[in-house]
Design a protein around this ligand. Structure first.
Ligand code: PAF
Length: 296
């Protein structure tokens, strides 16, 4: 597999695929690949003959107090995994290639970027949309795959693509879960055993949200409270937020209806290091209640 580091070369590789009439799928990543990423590649492979994956630890989406320096990097291992999945090429630029000296542009989806995760990580989503727009413009894929695990990111990227009329389809991929229900994430590597056991409560709490909605609960507050109660019962978890919002626009809801996202963010206490932030969510299609008997 070719590991491409320069933008003009990446464009030439994709141009050649297009000349051959191939469909191009794209999976952007920051490396440290796990089953979640590989499931995105597999989904892309199912939809197209040729998949380009990128590996770029994007400094613009890390805050000053966040783990950019210690973010795990292992290009050789990541490329081996991608080769095994049959990707056509890997785009792995360095920082100067993406952001040469004097780089001054930022792309931001206002409104969606400063709520929820964005409230706790100011500037994070502007960093994501800036790099994703650049990557989409470099690779020019027919479609790009993003995981539902990072639901807010996916909704923001979809909105950017719509607002800027980008000729690419954004495909959402289901969250991959490990045997205990914990969503696959590079951050799971930081969990010790007690933290890992506590983290399993996240999935349980989201299952409870589904159960409540399926049994007819339509109050966002009551669903949020039930989820929060399960999380708060775990001494190693500190709840940052629990929110039930509209899945298309992350809007607050008075009453649950349509496609709903229940989003959770917690900090897990791990001995000997800073707490680990974990986010997770479920999407629930809320059925409209049947009209009362006898109504027209
Ligand atoms: O989800 C990620 O890994 C990153 O936010 C992305 C989309 C690769 C942009 O850097």
């Amino acid at each position: 597999v070719e590991v491409v580091t320069k933008i003009p070369r990446m464009r030439a590789v994709v141009d050649e695929l297009r000349r051959q009439g191939r469909r191009v799928g794209f999976v952007p990543t920051m490396g440290a690949l796990h089953e979640g990423h590989l499931s995105l590649v597999r989904l892309a492979k199912q939809r197209s003959a040729d998949v380009v994956a990128s590996i770029f630890v994007n400094p613009k989406q890390f805050g000053p107090a966040e783990d950019l320096a210690t973010y795990p990097r292992d290009l050789v291992r990541d490329c081996e995994l991608l080769v095994r999945e049959g990707v056509a090429s890997v785009f792995a630029p360095d920082g100067d290639e993406m952001y040469p000296p004097g780089f001054a542009t930022a792309v931001e989806v206002r409104g969606l970027s400063d709520i929820l995760v964005g409230e706790r990580r100011p500037g994070h989503f502007a960093g994501v949309t800036t790099v994703v727009l650049k990557l989409l413009d470099i690779v020019r894929p027919d479609f790009a795959v993003f995981g539902w695990k990072d639901a807010q990111q996916l909704v923001i990227v979809q909105r950017m693509v719509r607002d800027l009329d980008l000729p690419v389809e954004i495909v959402g991929a289901p969250t991959v879960r490990e045997a205990d229900g914990v969503a696959a994430s590079s951050r799971n590597l930081h969990l010790d055993e007690p933290a890992r056991r506590a983290a399993a409560a996240i999935h349980r709490s989201l299952q409870e949200a589904i159960r409540l909605v399926e049994s007819g609960e339509r109050s966002p507050q009551r669903v949020e409270e039930a989820v929060r109660a399960i999380l708060e019962a775990e001494p190693l978890l500190a709840v940052d937020s629990v929110k039930a919002v509209g899945a298309r626009d992350l809007a607050e809801l008075k009453r649950l209806g349509g496609l709903v996202l229940v989003l959770v963010s917690v900090r897990v206490t791990v001995e000997g290091r800073d707490p680990v932030v974990l986010i997770d969510n479920v999407r629930i299609e809320v059925q409209e209640e049947a009209p009362p008997k006898g109504s027209p």
